[in-house]
Structure formats: C-alpha cells, structure tokens
Design a protein around this ligand. Sequence first.
Ligand SMILES: [Zn+2]
Length: 143
Amino acid sequence: MNLFETGKTAVNAREGAQLYGVAVNRSGMALCPFHNDHHPSLLVADDHYHCFACGAHGDVIDLAANLFGLSLYDAARKLAADFHLAPDKPPPESICQKLKQKTKAQQLQEDERLCCAVLFWGSTAGHWKSGNCSMLHRHRRKR
Ligand SMILES: [Zn+2]
C-alpha cells in the first residue's frame, strides 16, 4: 500500500472536490474549476471526475494535482496530509476489503497507474524499487 493507493481508496473524488472548494450538488454535478463554467458541467463520481464541457478527467489525485498545479506525487502527499492519512501504517480493514473487491479489469488499470507511480516515486525519492514494474512489462510483452 503506497501513498497513491491509500489516497485513492481512502478519499473519494467527491470528498476531495468538496474539501477543495468544488461545490458538488445533489446530482453529483459541479461548476468545473478547470474552465470558465456557468452551468455545472463537472460530474463528480466516487472514484473519478469528468467535465462534459472541457473534458477534464481523472481521479482524486489528478483533481488535487490540477487544482493546485502540483505533481501527482505532491498531490498524493497533500491528500494524505489533508485527510490525515498515514501511508506507512497498514490501512483500515474497510479499505482492504474495498481493494479485494476490485474486478480484474480494474486491477489491471490500477497496476498500470501504480507502475507509473512507482517509477515516478523512484525517480523522486530514490527509495522505491521498480521490481513490480519490470515484471509487469515482461508480462505485457508476452501478449
Ligand atoms: Zn471543464
């Protein structure tokens, strides 16, 4: 469990949006902070946001990164700080359950993002190993 996974599983996009001042209405729509929006065009779901006008799209980490002009790494750190997450500690049981319930397709997508995250992390902090990543690449090449 790294900072990215912790951030994404513990904080949903709607909570993130609301904390950062994006007012989400009852149907899950909000004024898009990424373009000059006059009618709510931004759909904020639990696990992602999507703007039907300007096409902004991503998860809660992308949201924080784009809102504050941060790198994904800094955005993940900001989320962890703002939501009082402790990435070094084991996550609560409820989060583990959520992770286990993911479908195969979701898991593949997750692996892909995690792969980039790990690589990125490795180049930034220098203490993450990219072993999982090279395994993933070997696996891909076979297909
Ligand atoms: Zn927009």
